[in-house]
Design a binder for this molecule. Structure first.
Ligand code: SF4
Length: 898
């Protein structure tokens, strides 16, 4: 059949045609810039699967297959809740260029030259697996298996194959690394305040807000499938306020854009809190019922008063309030939120209580400590710190408190700081003060890498409850710290091997030069990846992996509530294998007995059935959901509609925190001894560092890099054109965005350094440097240099990329407890000072944009042989013109994927 069929026919008919012979056709776009598009031709089949890079959008896609190749990708648009249909973006729709692209890995490679030389020879799977297994065994038996660090990305989005890493580590005793905290996406304000890893509203609930405060996020560029919900809210009359140092695409669409000095959000939010408190716009009932605000704190110790302090034989797990009605202390339990009948607890003031030992102590409600901090942040003071005006703070404080429900959406721009926990706590304070928690359209949600695990994966990841040692990967760089929690299973003998899956680790880690020092200590580096990257170049063995169009997996994301399958649309390219297949073969070689127990006969389907079964109980997240149902299309997890965090706590008064999978509740309850939202923290380190209540602290790098010598803040936001480093080498996207990393500078900063638009510039600090091109625009904030992360190093004139400069410093607050990926060090990518100097006008050749540097590829191409195509060069020239960049991007978004 050669004729076109309509899009609607596809949406209604082809959405669930996995494996079916297709009576269909597809318009095929040119694979290479400049090549003529091929008109509609029949395809062999259409397969419904799920896109799964590290954006966690988890968008349903249709793969159009002809002659064993994916020739087109199209949004599936088959969600039972039609507001989610269709979802996708231009990156997902161009992924077939990677499946069949020139940098695809199709055979195992073993290093034949010096590490990093990019010299490899092809090997059979037998040889490669024998070699890797022998080396892992040698290292395991010599130093201990825990010295092998296994690191994979996005464990929350593909549960089977990322789970295979965990299962193998559990079985062999290897250390598993962490990605959520390592990526800086763990919003430490959440475990500190709410006792959970993260708790975001599903995206469609944005549309129910009356006021949207978007801070440090640019959803028009980085949440393309969901951003329409923001504008649905606006169309319904909501007010959209964007807080960002850069005039972003989203800022351009806001009712109000607030430019702050980077890293000063906590001062800004405390200024708003000041206005809300001063004008009595807060929700006292909410503070009393759901938070620790009324719980008394002993002035001598800074710790909360317990029943056991007042009464011999009293409980150390019951707390005390000052009852204004009776004029004395009253004990409250932790089994239910709210207050005992008739108790009216004080939120402020100072009181004296009699202690069990006969002594007396001066006490104040925890909120009184918060009050003192809030009252110190007069709008004038806050404005001076954060660089906006007191009038803006006054008016926004009133507007936020007046609108109900009001949602705060925080992104990486606010979270990716050493003190990102304080920033998050300050915004969370606004939502708590105004009673916006547990309300549809309200809340405080952090959208920075949505990796929250949504079903009990432990059943398959940790067989027979054998949990591997999990070591936050930042410790792989930093080693032991003085303040490291004793529960971190850091290996006695350090790390000796690095095993990477789907991770461009040697580009996307912070403080890259330190990372490369650590790399020298590794006796084995293995990279499992579908394509050649900067990281595979430095591996000893490269194992070609299947993409998500060539394997089965189970996916979910907190952005929408649907469980979905990845289903193979084609046979694997070349000899590519899945992580599960690879680990099964390695374990079989290393320990046949363990293999027989835990891997023999295991495949994707058995893994999925095991995980579904674990959540299939009354009220469980997968109650009644079967693999067969999932084969027909997405199935809604058994969660409230809309899926809003803390509903049970607010409506049924169940104590905080809800569970954060895959950790057992016992592991996370310790974060909140009061079982309430905690605005006051009593643990010793909070007290020592003066962070028992939220405050503002200057960025950490100010104490590392002299602000006079390094006057600019280096911001490295996510890019519209990449998912981190994935798609960096995508020819379609390269052609559109110009294929050249540009550093956004304000004209005043550029002029002061004699830099003009398009000049070659060096960006440097004491950790490293890079050379790229200047982009001078008033969209930049004075005192900042902005370079989106994820550019592969070959696109720079010099340097490995932005992470030569970023910091791997660990905040000791993040080490008070240790629950990997939930309370653990979260990387502060944006907390980075730098200076910039001009290298004059462009005159040099552009760097080659060819393969990633393997001297011998599985396809036999030479390294660095490709040049940027002419069309890309033209696009780059156009992109460096004088149109306002963000307005141009906004227009481009107008016809976006959703
Ligand atoms: S947002 Fe784009 S890249 Fe991410 S899952 Fe959806 S289609 Fe794929």
């Amino acid at each position: 059949m050669g004729g076109r069929i309509t899009r609607r026919q596809w949406l209604t008919g082809a959405g669930a045609t996995a494996g079916a012979a297709a009576l269909a056709s597809a318009t095929i776009f040119a694979d290479e810039p400049g090549k003529e598009p091929v008109p509609s031709r029949p395809v062999d089949r259409v397969v419904r699967t799920t896109c799964s890079p590290n954006c966690t959008g988890s968008c349903g896609q249709l793969a159009f297959v002809r002659d064993g190749r994916v020739v087109k990708i199209q949004q599936a648009a088959d969600y039972p809740d039609p507001v989610y249909s269709p979802r996708g973006c231009m990156k997902g729709l161009s992924f077939h260029l990677h499946i069949h692209g020139p940098e695809r890995l199709t055979k195992p490679l073993i290093r034949s030259g010096a590490r990093g030389s990019g010299e490899f020879r092809e090997a059979s799977w037998e040889e490669a697996l024998d070699h890797v297994a022998a080396e892992l065994k040698r290292i395991g038996e010599t130093y201990g298996y825990e010295t092998i660090h296994v690191f994979g990305q996005v464990p929350g989005s593909g549960y089977v194959h990322k789970g295979a890493n965990y299962r193998a580590c559990a079985v062999l005793g290897m250390s598993h690394g962490t990605s959520f905290d390592y990526n800086g996406d763990l919003p430490m304000a959440m475990p500190i305040t709410f006792g959970v890893q993260n708790a975001e509203h599903e995206a469609k609930d944005w549309a129910n807000a009356r006021f949207l405060l978007v801070v440090g996020a640019n959803p028009l560029e980085t949440r393309i499938p969901d951003v329409h919900f923001l504008f649905d809210a606006v169309a319904n009359g909501a007010r959209l306020v964007v807080v960002d140092p850069v005039f972003s695409s989203t800022a351009a669409k806001a009712d109000r854009w607030v430019r702050l000095r980077p890293g000063t959000d906590a001062a800004f939010a405390l200024g708003l809190a000041h206005v809300i408190w001063r004008e009595r716009l807060h929700d006292e009932g909410f503070l009393r019922a759901y938070t620790d605000a009324p719980l008394l704190v002993d002035e001598r110790t800074g710790r909360r008063v317990r029943e056991s302090d007042l009464r011999v034989g009293g409980s150390a797990e019951r707390f005390v309030v000052w009852d204004e009605r009776s004029g004395g202390p009253m004990v409250v339990g932790t089994d239910r939120l709210g207050m005992p009948d008739g108790v009216e607890p004080a939120l402020t003031g100072s009181y004296e209580v009699r202690l069990a030992d006969g002594g007396r102590a001066q006490v104040r409600p925890g909120f009184d400590h918060v009050r003192v901090e809030i009252e110190s942040w007069r709008p004038e003071r806050a404005a001076e710190v954060c660089g906006t005006s007191a009038e803006v703070i006054e008016s926004l404080g009133r507007a936020y408190a007046a609108a109900k429900p009001a949602a705060i959406l925080m992104g990486g721009g606010a979270n990716h700081w050493y003190h990102g926990d304080l920033i998050g706590r300050a915004y969370a304070l606004l939502a708590v003060l105004t009673g916006n928690i547990g309300r549809s359209g309200g809340g405080f949600s952090v959208y920075v890498g949505q990796y929250k695990v949504r079903l009990p994966t432990q059943s398959w990841w940790y067989p027979d409850k054998r949990k591997p040692p999990i070591v936050s990967t930042i410790y792989w760089i930093e080693g032991r710290t003085e303040t490291m929690h004793p529960a971190v299973p850091y290996p006695e003998r350090g790390f000796k091997a690095l095993f990477l899956t789907f991770s461009n680790f040697l580009l996307q880690s912070p403080n890259l030069n330190k990372v490369f020092q650590r790399l020298r200590e590794m006796e084995l580096v293995v990279a499992v990846d579908p394509q050649r990257t900067e990281t595979t170049q430095w591996a000893d063995v490269v194992l070609p992996a299947t993409t998500w169009y060539e394997k089965t997996d189970l996916t979910a994301t907190p952005l929408h509530p649907f469980l979905q399958l990845q289903q193979p649309a084609i046979e694997p390219e070349g000899e590519a294998r899945s992580e599960l297949e690879i680990w099964s073969e390695l374990v079989r070689r290393i320990d046949p007995e363990q293999w027989r127990r835990y891997f023999q006969g295991e495949d994707e389907e058995s893994a999925i059935r095991t995980m579904l079964a674990a959540g299939d109980y009354p009220g469980g997240p997968t109650e009644g959901i079967t693999l067969e149902q999932l084969r027909q299309g997405p199935v809604r997890l058994r969660v409230p509609d809309p899926d809003i965090p803390f509903l049970e706590q607010i409506e049924a008064r169940r104590p905080f925190p809800p569970a954060s999978l895959p950790a057992p509740i016992e592991a996370t309850q310790v974060f909140l001894p009061t079982r309430r939202i905690e605005l006051y923290k009593e643990e010793r380190r909070f007290l020592e560092l003066g962070e028992q209540v939220v405050t503002h602290k200057d960025p950490h790098d100010d104490g590392v890099h002299d602000p006079v010598r390094y006057p600019l803040r280096l911001l490295s936001p996510h890019s519209k054109w990449r998912i981190h480093s994935t798609y960096s080498n995508n020819p379609w996207l390269e052609e559109i965005h110009g294929g050249r990393p540009r550093v956004l500078l304000h004209p005043a900063d550029a002029q002061a350094r004699g830099i003009r638009e398009g000049d070659e510039i060096e960006v440097f600090n004491e950790r490293g440097s890079l050379t790229a091109w200047a982009h001078v625009s008033e969209a930049a904030a004075i005192g900042t240099a902005t370079l989106p992360e994820g550019w592969w190093s070959r696109y720079f004139l010099a340097g490995r990329g932005v992470n030569e400069l970023t910091s791997s410093s660990i905040n000791p607050i993040h080490e008070i407890w240790y629950v990997p990926n939930i309370w653990a060090p979260s990387t502060g990518w944006k907390d980075c000072r730098c200076e910039v100097r001009g290298h004059g006008s462009p005159g040099r050749d552009r760097p080659a944009a060819g393969p990633a540097g393997h001297a011998m590829s599985s396809r036999g191409r030479s390294p660095r042989s490709s040049r940027i195509p002419r069309s890309s060069a033209r696009a780059d020239h156009a992109a460096t013109g004088h149109r306002h960049p963000d307005l141009a991007r906004t227009r481009a978004n107008g016809g976006g994927a959703s």
